[in-house]
Design a protein around this ligand. Sequence first.
Ligand code: SF4
Ligand code: SF4
Length: 301
Amino acid sequence: MPKKSYTKIAMWLLNMECNFQCPYCFYDDGQRSLKQKLQLKMLDLFPSKNLYKTRFITPEKAKQFFDATGHRWLIVLSGGEPFVYPKFVELVEALGEKHQMIIGTNLSLPIDKFLEKIKPGMIHSFYASLHLGERERQHLSVDDFLEKAVRLTKAGFKVEIDYVMYPELIPRFLEIHERFKKEGLFVEAKVFRGMYGGKKYPESYTQEERDFFSKYTPSEVDRAASFKDLSFTGVPCSAGFDLVRIFANGVITRCPHDRENLGNLFSGKLKLHKTVKPCVVPNCKCTLAIKEKCVDFEKRK
Ligand code: SF4
Ligand code: SF4
């Protein structure tokens, strides 16, 4: 990406819906499971319908919202799975006229329309997660993921790939890493958070595993945030001033952790901080805010 062309960052959690059901998904709660079951039932009954019609905003309205702020935004679109969001490609197309995007995806759904309509200049990068276990459970191959990542790269998009180090999948990481390397793609190790075999992770990774993962985690910030919670309580952070979180229900907060309400996407309201304020929450896992220097990484506790 050229030198920063944006002045504000919005981490927009587009939806909670996903075509995957990874065992470690932080959305795998009872509510979501029930909603997904209903959606799957509807899919059987009305295969031609888009099932993911919860609350969504049209591409035009989303564009109006961001344009009306007068800023150029870096919009991080994640979910759920953004590619199941209604009119996702149209949304990216509309936002891309003035803003740039990062797209977090499991790269399992077709990308043909995306490649046809979206120019690489609109996209800062993809972060594509290779959820190997769920991918194979759905009879989707690693080659399918690789082929899509290569197509995107050849079309001029930057694609970053991560692999969740779910304990039973750790032994397969190296082989996958080498396979992608042959195509010029680097697969990053991402720690698993949750319970497995009665043990809590990432706390239960051995030192050997930690050292191994570190070799495949290029960013110092990611390495630092992998195994322990970082804290910046009391340290000035520009989240709320030049970075916000937008939740799937439209609520806009200072960041993923500080839920101070700054507006709502659906009602078109946004009230950013006028100055940089200290962080007031105990922990920060917002590596993007740290990498974007909203807060001074060296002042972590
Ligand atoms: S792909 Fe992501 S959002 Fe979907 S189930 Fe897996 S972890 Fe959750
Ligand atoms: S330091 Fe982290 S948790 Fe604190 S306000 Fe900034 S982004 Fe949020």
